[in-house]
Design a protein around this ligand. Structure first.
Ligand code: SAM
Length: 228
């Protein structure tokens, strides 16, 4: 049976890849990559020589047709993103839906689990994580402030992704709506050399990054404790 394997790849440290992921990548007929240059670094490190093809949010329908044709020929395809688990705030959701709709049980769509920034951040945050709300990237404009109000009112731990361009603004908005007793954890550059966790109120976190502009770079996950 042809397969489409959804493979999690490292979020920074290239050692964070499972033995199964390496085997499935090695055995794939084609690896669909968000950016073939990024994936090439991983494949090179593990001396994996497989053909790659780009597949991202803006891929044209013709590319999906090509993927369909390969699956019809019985090929084994792998889908990876630049970092972490594909489809989690990353390209691939539509492709998986389309392959499921077109082939049903005739194609085996299988996850090869591994790193994801949100899970990694939560696991080391010290905040309640048996039940949480993940918002991915917040909208840049419309609905953004409403979401901050919802985060402040949440009785569940809330996690979201933020870019260095907006992290200080996000913490400022959070601090407007959350009180002194509300712990906020900012996880930065997970699994990389400059990995760092800041834990305090949103106002304290904002002040920390304002005081340390050199740390307003890299990749961020923000986690807000639930309302008591
Ligand atoms: N699919 C990925 C996953 O499973 O984590 C997420 C991809 S999303 C396009 C990229 C965002 O994830 C970044 O902007 C950042 O918010 C977060 N992220 C990815 N790698 C990270 C890291 N090493 N440290 C902190 N956050 C990270």
């Amino acid at each position: 049976m042809p397969t489409l394997s959804i493979i999690a790849t490292p979020i920074g440290n290239l050692e964070d890849i499972t033995l199964r992921a390496l085997r499935v990548l090695k055995e794939a007929d084609l690896v669909l990559c968000e950016d073939t240059r990024t994936t090439a670094k991983l494949l090179q490190k593990y001396e994996i020589k497989v053909p790659t093809m780009s597949y991202h949010a803006h891929s044209k329908l013709a590319k999906v047709d090509k993927i369909f044709a390969l699956l019809e020929e019985g090929k084994n395809l792998a889908l990876v993103s630049d970092a972490g688990t594909p489809c989690i705030s990353d390209p691939g959701v539509l492709l998986v839906a389309q392959v499921r709709a077109r082939f049903g049980d005739a194609v085996s769509i299988s996850p090869i689990p591994g790193p994801s920034a949100v899970i990694s951040a939560l696991s080391a945050s010290g905040l309640p994580a048996s039940d949480f709300l993940f918002l991915g990237f917040l909208p840049h404009k419309k609905g953004r402030e409403t979401l901050f109000k919802e985060i402040a009112a949440s009785t569940r731990t809330v996690a979201f992704y933020e870019s260095p361009h907006r992290i200080e603004k996000a913490l400022a908005s959070l601090s407007l709506h959350t009180g002194e007793d509300r712990r906020t954890v900012v996880a930065r550059e997970l699994t990389k050399i400059h990995e760092e966790f800041f834990s305090g109120t949103a106002a304290e976190a904002q002040a920390f990054f304002t005081k340390n502009p050199g740390k307003v770079r890299g990749e961020f996950v923000v986690i807000v404790a639930p309302q008591a």
